[in-house]
Design a protein around this ligand. Structure first.
Ligand code: FAD
Length: 286
């Protein structure tokens, strides 16, 4: 990670207080929550797949509980709080940031009440309080979509959790960029217009009753005829097992340069985000 001469990048992190302005369904499977709050005027975003850590209250709490530490100490401080007190921490994409309105939109996949974030979004109403940890800028890895110079074809593969990121990426890409995208969604009603100046060919894959995290997306990419030659860049996000399989396919079977494949497991079947964080921490200390 690059750092500025004056301060470590992590110290730029701070909490931004926000509250729900409105919540509404978009398509069959997403809930768009618009957050407002004066602090959002200073929130810096980098567009594309910009993501944040979102802090939610537990049921019965008025506001999310976070440590007083900000900057690089926030995570240790958060972990030191009792698990049933500290805010629920989840990763989400900033679908749209409108600084002039001090507003931010986040699209939550509604996947039932097994997860606290999905449950929270289904019940979200005006005034509900949250915190965002930002800014969401490339320097601190909150923006991962970064096609290297010379890219002449962009490939995007995503499930519905990464649909907001795909929308952000397509809105950001310059006119004329050649893009092939595969997007898996639960329901035909999730298919939506994705405004862009880029030259895009999108293949929507409607999952229907097939469980999420199946091989539908991999099969669809595998079956695709791609232009040969040129300098492609691929961005893949969604269920971790699917993302890994897609990356393997592109690198091992299609001969992609692995440095030109950005991949991110946004969730993993059967594991909560806490489970994933615990697994990563155990791996880091093993
Ligand atoms: C950088 C980044 C950006 C992300 N952006 C978005 C976004 O904009 N919108 C969005 O909806 N998600 C996004 N996600 C994914 C989101 O963080 C996870 O889906 C998260 O697990 C949801 O938290 P939860 O509390 O609802 O469920 P958890 O408590 O984390 O999980 C509970 C159970 O639900 C399952 N589960 C989790 N997510 C799903 C799902 N989508 N479908 C079916 N089962 C699921 C888990 O496997 C687990 O069994 C993003 C993730 C990352 C890393």
């Amino acid at each position: 990670m690059s750092t500025s001469a004056t301060a470590p990048i992590a110290s730029q992190y701070r909490f931004y207080a926000a509250h729900v302005v409105r919540a509404r369904r978009v398509g069959a499977s997403l809930i768009r929550v618009t957050f407002g709050g004066a602090e959002l005027a200073d929130f810096a975003g980098g567009g594309r797949d910009q993501s944040v850590s979102l802090f939610l209250p537990h049921p019965g709490q008025h506001a999310p509980v976070v440590p007083v530490e900000q900057g690089e100490d926030w995570f240790g401080g958060w972990r030191a709080l009792p698990a049933d007190v500290r805010a629920v921490l989840r990763s989400y994409t900033i679908r749209e940031h409108r600084p002039a309105e001090t507003a931010v939109d986040i699209d939550f996949v509604s996947h039932g009440d097994t997860g606290p974030a999905s449950r929270w979004a289904a019940l979200a109403g005006p005034g509900d309080r949250v915190l965002l940890l930002g800014p969401a800028v490339p320097d601190n890895r909150s923006v991962c979509f970064r096609p290297p110079d010379g890219t002449d074809l962009v490939l995007l593969a995503a499930d519905e959790t990464a649909l907001p990121a795909v929308e952000g990426i397509l809105a950001w890409l310059p006119a004329g960029t050649r893009v092939r995208a595969w997007i898996e969604v639960p329901d035909a009603a999730d298919i939506t217009d994705l405004p862009t100046a880029a030259d895009v060919e999108i293949r929507w894959i409607v999952r229907g009753s097939t469980p999420p995290g199946s091989d539908l997306l991999v099969s669809s990419v595998r079956a695709a005829r791609l232009p040969t030659g040129g300098t492609p860049y691929a961005w893949i996000a969604g269920e971790s097992g699917v993302v890994r399989a897609l990356r393997r396919h592109l690198v091992d079977e299609r001969g992609f340069d692995r440095r030109r494949v950005t991949f991110a497991g946004y969730w993993r079947r059967g594991l909560s985000e806490e489970d994933l964080r615990a697994e990563a921490l155990a791996g880091a200390t093993a």
